[in-house]
Ligand binder design. Structure first.
Ligand code: FES
Length: 598
């Protein structure tokens, strides 16, 4: 077949304004020099004219990277998604974005979540895509992709990578992070030897896939199903299970239908869907990081999602799943019990069942079709794993705009506690002094970390689960009240108050705490207070200079200029959408009409 034959098989010349609604046709349809360039670009990839015209173009947005061990299998899943796209009559085009790996990236992936979301948004907007499959796994990759996709609001469906095969240490399955923290405390307390710790390292991560317990990645995977933006039953399938590739194929097929139906994320991720996601977050005792991500996703859609809504919903939602760190099992057990649909089935009456989903059906149909195969893994509302209130939003003189605590992974005896502060000015101060035998700490002390918030660190790292001082570990102390403006890994646990807002670096009350001040945590009244007169707090804040700005150039400087506080999801002010503002999927520069009519 020569070039002339290919050209004559193109559609009749039409003006771009007369082209069908399919987005890609605006690039690939016109008989002008620009259409020529667009088609020729794809033909250089070995695609025939038949493959690039008259079919929806599906982007496969992959966060595969050798810098992100949790996402290493995504290349194989991309092939399965593309298979599904071809089967359904679409043209799949895979594209990379930056990727965010929790383990290697410093100071924290959260510093780069918004950057990745901008990469995703702009790549979708600027290319001939009719729908996109968002393929991510490690903690921040999924929210970043969602934030980007809802910002441009082209039809989208999420497919997550699934949990890794759990490590096995001395006959016990390992929670990737939760057991790491426990055994690290054992090492520091002298209950484990360095050779045993090395043995643990060799056993901890036997495969690709995301963390094996209810960390942030598992939480966000559950949330994509609860939002209705992923196919039901896909979240918990293990990364290395063949069913995951089959589910990827099905997701690819559905993406083609979404392109034809024009079903946009803004039609699926409504306030009701966000509330369903919060209900699931509470029922799985999920990661507190999801609070930030959901607020940010809502903000990109022009929707208000106040922090208080999380507390309101958590108060009436019991914890149903028995998964680490708030339970004993692992995320793969959820799959065995019937996956997220089985959880949704048990939550039934607490959900907005009329919420639309990416399947084209409502949440009601997902719930009706699901069966819970193991009520030791997913309990019922009548017989929950833990009572309602597994996470809580606190306010008080130490966090006037809010703080959060995962009560389901805390010590009940510490949830109403008053103790004297031991203050660490930053994470380097923690490393330097936490195990100092002279540190004036006892089990009733409250450990305080400041300068670890969105601007302070910067990037709000997962430093909030401050280590228990070694001398107390040796006495058998396993938990203390800790307060910071930092985040905590979803795999973490303990009586840890996080996201104190406003943060210390912008002059929040954490900035004024002194060693020996009393701090009171009162869960019942949802209070976290610095027990110092308000005038004294103001006097200290007025006298104490704020830390210096860390970044003067590059992305770091852009981040510092635009990042918002935790109660706004740590998003950039310039990326949130006004309630009356429509998403813009039309790129500038899509020209038409030059050299036409051949
Ligand atoms: Fe990537 Fe936990 S480190 S999912």
């Amino acid at each position: 077949m020569n070039g002339r034959t290919l050209l004559t098989s193109l559609p009749m010349a039409v003006k771009r304004s007369e082209l069908p609604a399919r987005r890609s046709a605006r690039w690939l349809g016109p008989r002008d020099v620009f259409g020529f360039i667009h088609r020729a670009a794809l033909r250089s990839e070995g695609l025939s004219t038949k493959a690039i015209t008259d079919r929806p173009v599906i982007g496969v947005c992959s966060s595969w990277s050798e810098l992100v061990n949790c996402n290493l299998h995504l290349r194989g899943l991309t092939e399965a998604i593309k298979r599904g796209v071809w089967q359904a009559g679409g043209l799949p085009l895979e594209f990379p974005t930056i990727s965010l790996g929790e383990n290697l990236m410093k100071p924290t992936t959260m510093l780069y979540r918004n950057l990745m979301s901008m990469d995703v948004e702009e790549t979708i907007r600027s290319n001939p895509l009719d729908a996109v499959v968002l393929l991510g796994a490690c903690d921040k990759t999924v929210p970043a992709q969602l934030m980007g996709a809802v910002s441009v609001d082209v039809p989208a469906i999420v497919f997550t990578g699934g949990p890794m095969q759990p490590g096995c240490f001395r006959g016990k399955r390992l929670g990737t992070g939760t057991d790491l923290w426990r055994y690290t405390d054992d090492l520091r307390a002298g209950r484990m030897t360095p050779p045993e710790y090395a043995e643990l390292e060799a056993a901890a991560t036997p495969s690709t896939g995301h963390c094996s317990e209810m960390g942030t990645a598992s939480t966000m995977a559950c949330i994509t199903e609860a939002l209705g933006i992923a196919l039901p039953g896909t979240a918990a399938i293990p990364a290395v299970n063949a069913r995951r590739a089959a589910a990827a194929e099905e997701t690819g097929r559905r993406a083609v239908e979404l392109a034809e139906e024009g079903l946009r994320p803004s039609s699926i991720i409504t306030v009701e869907a966000l509330e369903n996601a919060i209900t699931v977050l509470a029922a799985i005792a999920g990661s507190t990081n999801a609070i930030l991500h959901l607020i940010a996703i809502a903000g990109r859609l022009g929707l208000e999602l106040p922090l208080q809504r999380f507390d309101d919903i958590a108060r009436k939602t019991p914890v149903l799943t028995n998964v680490q760190p708030a339970g004993e099992l692992l995320f793969e057990d959820i799959d065995r019990a019937g996956g997220v649909p089985a959880l949704l089935h048990e939550l039934g009456s607490l959900l907005h069942l009329d919420a639309p989903t990416v399947t084209g059906h409502t949440m009601r149909e997902t719930v009706a079709a699901a069966v819970n195969h193991d009520r030791d893994v997913i309990r019922t509302l009548a017989d929950p794993h833990k009572p309602a209130g597994g996470l809580a939003v606190l306010r008080g003189s130490l966090a006037p705009e809010g703080a959060v605590i995962k009560t389901s992974a805390a010590s009940p005896a510490l949830l109403n506690h008053r103790g004297r502060a031991i203050v660490f000015d930053d994470i380097e101060d923690v490393i330097a002094r936490i195990d100092d035998p002279l540190l004036p700490v006892d089990p009733s002390s409250v450990l305080v970390l400041r300068n670890a918030g969105p601007l302070g660190a910067p990037g709000m790292p997962e430093w909030g689960m401050l280590p228990i001082p070694q001398k107390l570990l040796a006495q058998g102390v396993t938990d203390m009240v800790r307060v910071s403006d930092a985040r905590m890994s979803g795999t973490g646990y303990g009586t840890v108050v996080l996201h104190a807002t406003p943060e210390s670096a912008v002059g929040g009350p954490l900035h004024a705490v002194c060693d020996g001040d009393e701090i009171e945590l009162d869960l019942e009244s949802r209070r976290i207070d610095l027990c110092v007169p308000a005038e004294e707090i103001q006097r200290r804040l007025a006298e104490k200079p704020l830390p210096e700005r860390r970044y003067q150039r590059g992305y770091g400087a852009i981040y510092l200029d635009h990042v918002l506080q935790a109660d706004a999801g740590v998003d950039f002010d310039i990326l949130r959408r006004r309630p009356d503002e429509k998403a813009e999927d039309e790129p500038y520069g899509l020209l038409e009409g030059w050299v036409t009519g051949w």
